[in-house]
Ligand binder design. Sequence first.
Ligand code: CUA
Length: 382
Amino acid sequence: MKNSWTKTKFYMLMSVLAIFLAGCGRENLSALQPAGEVGRQQFFLIILSISIMLLVVGTVAIAFTIAVVKSRRSKVGEDFVPKQVAGNHTLEVIWTTIPIILLIILAIPTVWVTFTLADVEDMVTEDGVANKDSVIVNVTAYQYWWEFEYVHENVVTSQDLVVPTDEKVFFNLKGADVKHSFWVPAAGGKLDTNVDGINSFYLVFDDDKAENADRLFYGKCAELCGPSHALMDFKVVALPRAEFDQWLADMKVYEEEAKVASADDAKEGQEIFNNSCIGCHAVTPTNPGAAGPNLTNFGDRELIAGILEHNKENLVSWIKDPEKIKPDNKMTGAYQLNDEEIDKVAAYLMELKLDKNSGDVEKMKKEIEAEEKEDNDEGSDK
Ligand code: CUA
């Protein structure tokens, strides 16, 4: 009877462990399944430090067990006094040298990787201007959402970060209110977004890894930043370079004017939006630093408020009572809309989708080139 209860306990423990560990296996969220060069280097450091740790723990555990088993009273008798080793020169040299060697083995790759990952030289050209061949994203973290500004293209979006695969994507990170931390577990990080300075680094997303993850990675805030810290998620859509360029060009179609709603309720919703919500939310992609997330391509987003499934019902619940979904967020109490108005605004927002392939990629590239030339000329005038 006792035996079968022990077995049951063992199986129960194993099932709980299995459920926990199952969470470690998701391609889009796991640092243990690195999706690019940065993630792989960080994974290597994790494995190296754990191996050294296990070696030390294992050695100590074995030595301890041997000592306990060998020195049992039943074995050595009542009055046994073991050999005294206090002040033994050889032993002291050994247990000082071994930790030093282990620390050196750990320190060299750690320092090397840390400096490699902070190398953002390719971000600027020799003339000191932003290198147009590199994708550079300015990330601003707000309580509790993320803004992404594509430096060359002058495009701003929020919550869904779109990146090209198989190349370095550079990030300049800053916090708008308090300190947050930018982390895409599968690709790398985390790096603090400070209020009083910019941290820069890069990430790489392998195309095959992105495909395995359905082209969608999860991003997290990794610094306790307030009541909704755990809900401060974002998504990373990783596309092949050509599709990424097309996405940017499609965004730029709405550079000057927001999309016009088509359905009747959405049209009314747009009017309500323009008399209230627009005070904080831009619907054209060139507007960084507004009080709320830019909503240009809201209808294309993966999730609502970073955490809810993307459908109109959830959007209505979010607008109706954001405090219930994300405590302490800044939208609470901004505008009092009635149920009918909320429904119409939601209909409008769900229509805010990019017209796929409407943007002209070549034209966009030429504009960027022209702008860069202008910057260079200005630089040489000085
Ligand atoms: Cu932002 Cu935690």
